[in-house]
Design a protein around this ligand. Structure first.
Ligand SMILES: *Cc1c(COP(=O)(O)O)cnc(C)c1O
Length: 373
């Protein structure tokens, strides 16, 4: 026989998931109802409105993909791209690389703007790409690159893209509900995010939103969207419209959890939440630097909620990370790509963004005899 499911009481300070609020976990244990039950339809409508509020958009085509952030990425690309379309993808870490891979699979002609990991793409970089690809259908950016801890400025690039007649697509998985993000103000045409980072809900859902111009591109398609499940023209009747039609069975319990996490965000207020992430980051930064950690990203482009730091010389990062997890129940992330084995990615996202979390991590480091500073 298998034992009853139990897990250790972890403190989640990696690149996601973050600690879930007890209210969110409780919401998940609400009894199931049918996904076409009028009561569930009301819940979906409320979730849609709360997602619009937190994205700061009036876009009617705003809903939640029943799959994790990666599926949100794929939803944006497969709906907007057709074979032969030209697209500019900015790559400064893992997630930009993935967008380029998906765009190629859509049959698009991909122009990559590649800059060093840990840096951001400048308006000049985008201008150069626009000299080569004068009329791209789409330009894609990662707002918060979780693999490196870099925060990509959007506004100026948004103007360049629209002046060239293109659509702007943004990955906001790690910025949403933790860092300033204004979809309508910044003229973002397609955006996706996830639930397990600053929202502190369980992983597995991806809020997305599309502007009217993005919808026009969709209407003007000559070919069918390659993916049935992610085809917006089919999903849209499930998440809106006068008559709900069966498309797939929504993950009812996860939608309950998402609703509760959005309620918590709106109770706190978006601006307060952005401020909290900045303030806790400042404290974490001071303490980590005094222990000998060094930041990968230049100060002005640093993400507050994902701290990518080099360990002080002479430390075995994998051993320390393992001890942190096993002996102190604290999870931090390791590096990816060229930074594997060299950096930690310390997340302070949503419910994991408190001074207690900072103090727990710093105390554990002081306590570990293997840690050298
Ligand atoms: C986590 C993450 C994703 C992928 O989300 P999943 O929920 O893991 O599929 C995409 N982009 C960025 C920037 C992320 O941090």
């Amino acid at each position: 026989m298998y034992k009853e499911l139990t897990t250790s009481n972890r403190i989640l300070m990696g690149p996601g998931p973050s600690d879930a609020h007890p209210r969110v976990l409780k919401a998940m244990s609400t009894p199931l109802i049918g996904h076409l039950d009028p009561e569930f339809v009301t819940i979906m409508d409320e979730v849609k409105t709360m997602v619009q509020n937190t994205f700061m958009t009036k876009n009617n085509m705003t809903f939640v993909v029943s799959a994790p952030g990666s599926a949100g990425m794929e939803t944006c690309l497969v709906n907007l791209l057709e074979p032969g379309d030209e697209v500019i993808i900015c790559v400064n870490g893992v997630f930009g690389g993935r967008m380029a891979d998906i765009a190629e699979r859509c049959g698009a002609k991909v122009h990559k703007v590649e800059v060093a990991w840990g840096t951001v793409v400048s308006p000049e970089d985008v201008k150069k790409a626009l000299d080569i690809c004068k009329k791209p259908k789409l330009v894609a950016l990662v707002h918060a690159e979780t693999s490196t801890g870099a925060l990509q400025p959007i506004k100026e690039i948004s103007d360049l893209v629209h002046n060239a007649g293109g659509l702007l697509m943004v990955d906001a998985v790690t910025s949403y509900c933790g860092i300033e993000l204004k979809v309508d103000d910044w003229n973002i045409d397609a955006i996706y995010t996830g639930t397990q980072k600053n929202l502190s809900a369980p992983p597995g859902l991806s809020p997305v939103s599309f502007s009217d111009n993005a919808l026009k591109a969709l209407e003007n398609r000559k070919t069918k969207v390659q993916s049935w499940f992610l085809d917006l023209s089919l999903v849209k009747n499930y998440w809106g419209g006068a008559k709900r039609a069966y498309h797939h069975t929504a993950p009812v319990s996860s939608v309950y959890a998402l609703r509760e996490s959005l309620r918590i965000v709106l109770e706190e207020g978006l601006e307060n939440r952005w401020k909290r992430h900045k303030e806790v980051h400042e404290v974490l930064k001071t303490k980590l630097e005094s222990l000998g950690f060094r930041y990968l990203v230049e100060k002005q482009y640093r993400l507050p909620n994902l701290n990518a730091v080099f360990l002080p010389e002479g430390n075995d990062e994998a051993l320390l990370r393992k001890k942190l997890l096993n002996d102190y129940n604290i999870e931090v992330g390791g590096g990816l790509g060229d930074f594997a084995g060299k950096i930690w990615r310390v997340g302070i996202m949503g419910e994991s963004c408190t001074l207690n979390h900072v103090n727990m991590l710093v105390s554990a480091l002081h306590d570990m005899k293997e840690f050298r500073n």
